[in-house]
Design a protein around this ligand. Structure first.
Ligand SMILES: Cc1cc2nc3c(=O)[nH]c(=O)nc-3n(C[C@H](O)[C@H](O)[C@H](O)COP(=O)(O)O)c2cc1C
Length: 91
């Protein structure tokens, strides 16, 4: 099983939380940074055997639109997932 952290963390707080969770399962989680606007997230392939931590902040009670658009391009292939929404959300 590989562990992947899919993060969006402009100022690093959410990334720190994702690292704590990801390193609980793996010494070297693979990091996928949704704040990288030049990356081709359609090429990211995750398998059913992988564990994925998805972490992003809440702005005005909403997940950042750019993070969601980029996340939707990643092929999850039925992997297990942990979601961490930084802060409180009204969603
Ligand atoms: C404009 C703005 C709106 C925010 N709205 C919320 C919110 O609705 N709920 C919340 O819990 N935190 C809110 N926050 C706090 C951010 O989610 C918090 O700063 C977050 O930790 C930043 O993540 P990062 O350090 O990974 O970039 C807001 C911050 C900003 C700047």
């Amino acid at each position: 099983m590989n562990v992947a952290e899919i993060i969006f963390s402009p100022t690093g707080g959410t990334e720190k939380v994702a690292d704590i969770i990801g390193k609980h399962w793996s010494e070297n989680p693979v990091k996928i940074d949704l704040s990288d606007g030049s990356a081709d997230f359609g090429k990211c392939e995750i398998t059913e055997q992988d564990m994925v931590v998805i972490a992003m902040p809440s702005f005005g009670g909403r997940a950042p639109a750019a993070a969601i658009e980029r996340l939707e391009k990643i092929h999850g292939n039925g992997a297990n997932c942990v979601r961490k929404m930084q802060g409180r959300s009204t969603d």
